[in-house]
Ligand binder design. Sequence first.
Ligand code: PDD
Length: 287
Amino acid sequence: MPRIAYVNGRYVAHSDASVHIEDRGYQFADGVYEVCEVARGFIVDSVGHLDRLDRSLSELRIDWPVNRAVLVHVMREVIRRNRVHNGMVYLQVTRGVAPRDHVFPANGTRPALVVTAKRTDPVAAAKKAGAGLKVITVPENRWERVDIKSVGLLPNVLARQQAKEAGAQEAWFVDPDGTVKEGAATNAWIVTRDGVLVTRPADHGILRGITRATLFKVAEKLGLTVEERGFTVAEAKAAREAFITAATTVIMPIVAIDGQPVANGHPGSVALSLREAFFDVAEKIQA
Ligand code: PDD
């Protein structure tokens, strides 16, 4: 079945989908994006993702390309045309197409919108969760506004590639004082010896993950305490459990950090029970 993408008002074959060479996303990474999970025929946490899109756009003074209701319609349509029951929907908004110039283009330049969707295999994901993931740590080298979900992801790309080359699946950015910020495309968590969930406060230094926010509710449902504070790599290595969250992975246990096993080197039961409980707690709309 051919994949379909939405590009600036048209549904086109994914293989032919293209944007102009002077799209500012292409030339300056002058754009933002969102990724929503599609699970069991529902778009998960769309309200949170679209609220964050609104914030990212307004921080960068990019207009909405279409209104919110139309965007939800397009997301649903792309999901439907690609027959995605489990997977994700990706949306990207850039400041539009204009002759290359660092300053903003003339008023009236229309923001560009691309929406794609792809299937994922929930059985393979569950298997991955059952095995757990490995992370490496890398020095934080990103700009100070990573709370904006910008498509400028070069440090994240390089960190993920470094993780891959080290036999790991994620890289955690770490501040000079040893505090863990977040992963290249995930938020970072630990479970202390006392069973408390710890994650760094979501200020400008990390992306305020939507999965992270929902996990606070999941934790409450399971009677778990969450503490929002920084934790160091050393604390994570000595923790009872570590895990990561993102729309693409939901919750994935971490079994090794920089080659050192976390606890007994097997996925933790808290992470797995949070993963199990997530879908029921998350906000959902029919895809
Ligand atoms: N990444 N931190 C970073 C740097 C991220 O890129 C992401 C998401 C997250 C988790 O946010 P959320 O729970 O809202 O997905 C944290 C997406 C999935 C990506 O780049 O593919």
